[in-house]
Ligand binder design. Structure first.
Ligand SMILES: [Fe+2]
Length: 310
């Protein structure tokens, strides 16, 4: 039964078609002689996307002094590569076809995706500064396989989610047990089918198991950035904050060689930027994305553990 489901999910015929502008944007930006005005007029065909890009440019993360009100100027400021990455991230996750479900908490999903995206962008400064835009986009799309699975097999995915909640095992382990595939493989298959850059497809395909990655050093750095961003998203969005904070601080001091104070500063900035990005997506409950609040939750968790042990 699960092999049958696996076949059905991975069958190209059953995969949703890419959002309208994705293929055109990829095609246009692959041309060396592309002009900024051509990309701007393509993006302008999607008013919601244009508004988001302008909001993003005017957000504190980019520290602009004067309001940017045209896409041409936004592109000069951010550069074609960054605009392409942001636009792809927004377009892919907005694929309407996959958004109809009553068993999936999209608001929570987007909140997590926002934190992953801004965390990946922040960490890229330490390990791969010229891949910040790609890291942001990849962070947004990291768990797109979860949306795909719930779209293709909603009843089975509902069972998977409740099984995972009961057993507290990792989601991808339960997915493999039930479907013989997980959301990493599902996400990679979809993004490859849609023609997204291979560094994004490959990273999505192994994000919970970075040790299985077989690509080059640039891909390895990129994967470490995005996998670490996933851990930071867990810190901001899931329960059991103290364990999660320990893990994040270890990653920051290990792979990214940050002093502890520097890591706390970065995490505080990530909280501020994530609230702003969540506002771009008009998400409710983004106030909880506050690092000071998380640190005080960790202190409470530790104090109650000490009381229980006393
Ligand atoms: Fe995931």
């Amino acid at each position: 039964m699960s092999s049958e489901l696996r076949q059905r999910i991975l069958n190209v015929e059953s995969l949703p078609s890419p959002p309208a502008l994705v293929a055109e944007l990829l095609d246009l930006t692959s041309r060396e002689d592309v002009r900024i005005s051509e990309i701007a007029s393509l993006i302008e065909r999607d008013p919601a996307l244009s508004a988001k890009l302008l909001k993003l440019c005017n957000s504190a993360a980019f520290g602009v002094r004067h309001e940017i009100s045209s896409l041409d100027r936004a592109m000069v400021m951010l550069g074609i590569r960054q605009v392409k990455s942001f636009a792809l991230g927004f377009l892919v996750l907005n694929a309407k076809e996959m958004q109809e479900s009553d068993c999936f908490d999209f608001s929570h999903f987007w909140k997590r995706a926002s934190v992953t995206a801004v965390s990946a962008r922040a960490l890229a400064k330490y390990a791969a500064p010229n891949l910040g835009g790609e890291a942001f986009a990849c962070g947004l799309m990291l768990d797109i396989g979860r949306i795909l699975l719930q779209h293709l097999v909603p009843e089975v995915y509902r069972t998977i989610l409740s099984k995972q909640e009961e057993s507290r095992r990792k989601l991808y382990e339960v997915e493999r047990e039930v479907l013989e595939l997980d959301h990493m493989e599902a996400g990679r298959t979809l993004l490859e089918h849609w023609g997204l850059p291979s560094i994004i497809c490959e990273t999505v395909g192994v994000h919970h198991c970075p040790q299985t990655y077989e690509g080059d050093a640039v891909g390895q750095d990129f994967l470490e950035i995005v996998a670490a961003a996933g851990e930071i998203a867990a810190l901001f969005c899931d329960a059991q904050k103290s364990e999660s904070l320990d893990r994040v601080l270890q990653i920051c001091s290990g792979y990214f060689r940050m002093a502890e104070e520097q890591a706390h500063e970065m995490l505080k900035q990530i909280g501020d930027d994530a609230r702003e990005t969540a506002w771009l997506f008009e998400l409710k409950g983004a106030d909880a994305l506050d690092y000071d609040r998380i640190r005080s939750d960790v202190e409470k968790e530790l104090a109650s553990a000490t009381d229980a042990g006393a």
